[in-house]
Design a protein around this ligand. Structure first.
Ligand code: ZN
Length: 125
């Protein structure tokens, strides 16, 4: 499956959750509007990783709010509620990336780069 087909598949997964993927400057999920913004200026493979990750947030968001509280979405990025939300989203991201056949060391390297950045924010406080 070529990358453009994988991106189309991600779009389908998002649609199945009631979300729409739109181009944006950042990668983010806006649950109230059921929108996933994906930075289109990044390389297609990064776009796929980030779309999958934001879908991971879309999948886990309701449970996060129920079990952790609103801080999972709105709290400071370095605090545990947001970190827990990130880990839950990454678990779903792994599953989606595996399904797309994109699970490899490049993806894992990127994932850990992101996870490390959450903790680097913590150290700046
Ligand atoms: Zn995230």
């Amino acid at each position: 499956m070529v990358l453009s087909r994988k991106l189309a598949k991600l779009e389908k997964i998002a649609n199945g959750l009631g979300y729409k993927i739109v181009p944006g400057k950042e990668n983010e999920v806006i649950p109230d509007d059921k929108i996933i913004k994906v930075n289109t200026r990044q390389k297609p493979i990064k776009r796929a990783w980030n779309a999958a990750h934001e879908i991971g947030h879309a999948i886990t968001i309701d449970r996060c709010v129920t079990e952790i509280g609103k801080k999972a979405l709105t709290g400071a990025e370095h605090e545990w509620p947001a970190l827990e939300a990130e880990f839950r989203a990454w678990r779903e991201t792994d599953k989606i990336i595996r399904k797309l056949g994109l699970y490899n060391s490049d993806y894992l390297k990127y994932k850990h780069h992101c996870i490390r950045s959450y903790y680097c924010l913590l150290n700046k406080v």
